[in-house]
Design a protein around this ligand. Structure first.
Ligand SMILES: C[C@H](O)[C@H](O)[C@H]1CNC2=NC(N)=NC(=O)C2=N1
Length: 97
């Protein structure tokens, strides 16, 4: 679970996600919501999931655009835990659209 994925594996996993890009160092996605409160609501839902998974994205909030970056800090690269977190973020974003 803690192994850093290689470039090929990251590419394959990105194909199963919505709007994510990246490489073995980090994967990320930006989302534009209707307004600032919607952006914060998405971040708040992601916070619940992150606590549940005990795995936390790096989050940048700029007005109504939220950028999520997922990397397993303890090993310095993208692992299956980041892919799972990204998948859960996609579910939340789909529900907010
Ligand atoms: C103790 C706890 O499991 C760790 O500190 C977790 C918490 N959330 C984390 N999130 C991320 N993205 N990387 C980590 O290495 C990490 N470590």
């Amino acid at each position: 679970m803690a192994d850093v994925l290689d470039a090929g594996a990251v590419r394959v996993e990105l194909g199963g996600l919505d709007g994510w890009s990246g490489d073995p160092a980090c994967i990320g996605r930006s989302v534009e919501l209707p307004g600032f409160r919607d952006a914060i609501a998405v971040v708040d839902r992601v916070a619940v999931v992150a606590e549940e998974l005990d795995h936390h994205p790096d989050i940048d909030i700029r007005w109504r655009t939220v950028t999520f970056r997922c990397v397993t800090h303890s090993v310095g690269g993208v692992t299956r835990r980041d892919i799972e977190l990204a998948r859960r973020i996609d579910e939340i974003v789909r529900g907010a659209a």
